[in-house]
Design a protein around this ligand. Structure first.
Ligand code: PMP
Length: 407
């Protein structure tokens, strides 16, 4: 393996050379969104300078060029997820839109009164609210897998919860709030034994973990481009062909149709049936550039680096008096959530920000988890391929000085 050259990687990200409050930026809010390498920014710019046209319909040079680049992006995403066919890759805005799509198509057509949908207590609001809305419409029941004190799912409770009434299990690959990696292969196999389908929210999984949707045998896997070094506003949903084919469409409009008349409209094949209207062409093409960049650095190398950051941060933060790390699962992505006795998380965040250190504070779109833990929020530092051990040291020093000021 080549030496992991974090300084060279940092040079690829222009924003990392900037300052915040006149201090060098220490960006530790990667679970919210990652920064973008120059190649992603250049791809966006070049698209508008050299390729811009509407896709799939036009009969001219630029339309063909833009269509080809767009479809190449779909192929890259197919490969990134290990899917069998690009027909199984739906391009959309991100995880939130993907889960709403599934709830409103698969859910709307399949769920009946008394059916059960299983989530975990640790889910992001975007993997709770669309299901809750569906359950309200259908008089279905939401069931919630509990966690242990480390922030790991209680698998025995999950097994007990499963029954012939379970129709959908929807679980994050990894928790954005605590970092816990869930044993999704096991969760999927157990759900399938009862005939339920499984949706994986890969918002945090896609950037940190290896994914092979065929090996996992998940029915859906969704992720957002902006967390994988690609632009905001684009994401992908993998779905098994058989399920996607049987699903009714989501949005109606151009592109998703085969033929329209006032008497009857027939729908396009996969994946276009789920892609009504002009898509976010430029950002999809830059999405490919982000994934290519990840492939170039190597997911294994990135994992090893991020794991080193996680271990170092855990050690440094544990040494701070009064600080408790929330979420100590055996398997974690590079996310450290913590609280400090006697200090409000929001105040800690503000004082860190004054030193140029960007962290997230609050409930992390996981209010039910915070309620379960009996806290209002945490401070969360989350690491990416370009973070350094020295930045973590700066975080630890920053927290210590913030505590002194607040106490
Ligand atoms: N699920 C998880 C676990 C997340 O971390 C996020 C983003 N914070 C989402 C879902 C929603 O993703 P998006 O806002 O990109 O749709």
């Amino acid at each position: 393996m080549m030496r992991y050259d974090v300084e060279a990687i940092r040079q690829d990200f222009p924003i990392l050379q900037t300052t915040a409050h006149q201090k060098p930026l220490v960006y530790l809010d990667n679970a919210a969104t990652s920064q973008k390498p120059q190649i992603v920014i250049d791809t966006l710019l070049n698209y508008y300078k050299q390729s811009n046209a509407n896709i799939h319909r036009g009969a001219h040079y630029l339309a063909a060029k833009a269509t080809e680049e767009y479809e190449q992006a779909r192929e890259t995403i197919r490969h990134f997820l290990g899917a069998d066919s690009a027909d199984e890759i739906i391009l959309l805005r991100g995880v939130t839109e993907a889960i709403n799509l599934i709830a409103n198509t698969y859910g709307e057509s399949q769920i009946q009164e008394g059916d059960e949908i299983i989530l975990s207590v640790m889910e992001h609001h975007s993997n709770i609210v669309p299901w809750q809305m569906l359950c309200e419409r259908k008089k279905a029941i939401l069931k919630v897998i509990p966690i242990n004190e480390k922030g790991e799912l209680e698998l025995q409770a999950y097994e007990k919860m499963l029954s012939e009434r379970t129709k959908i299990v929807s679980i994050a690959h990894a928790s954005n709030a605590l970092g816990s990696i869930h044993p999704i292969k096991k969760i999927i196999d157990l759900a399938h034994q009862k005939g339920a389908i499984v949706v994986i929210d890969g918002a945090q999984g896609a950037v940190h973990l290896d994914i092979d949707v065929q090996e996992l045998d998940c029915d859906f896997y969704a992720f957002s481009g902006h967390k994988v070094y690609a632009p905001t506003g684009v994401g992908a949903l993998y779905g098994k062909r058989k399920i996607l084919e049987a699903m009714p469409p989501y949005h109606g409009g151009g592109e998703m149709i085969k033929e329209v008349s006032f008497e009857k409209t027939t729908y396009n094949g996969l994946p276009f049936k789920f892609e009504a209207g002009t898509p976010n062409i430029a950002d999809v093409i830059a999405f490919k550039a982000g994934l290519d960049y990840v492939q170039k650095i190597g997911k294994q190398n990135i994992h090893a680096h991020e794991d080193q950051l996680l271990q170092h941060a855990t050690k440094q933060l544990n040494a701070i008096e009064g600080l408790s790390i929330i979420g100590t699962a055996a398997q974690k992505v590079s996310v450290v959530s913590f609280v400090v006795e006697g200090c409000h998380h929001g105040d800690l965040g503000t004082l860190l920000d004054a030193k140029g250190i960007a962290v997230r504070t609050g409930h992390h779109c996981a209010q039910p988890l915070m309620a379960h833990l009996g806290i209002k929020g945490t401070v969360r530092a989350s690491f990416a391929m370009y973070n350094t051990l020295s930045e973590i040291d700066q975080l630890a020093v920053g927290i210590q000085s913030a505590i002194k000021m607040l106490k």
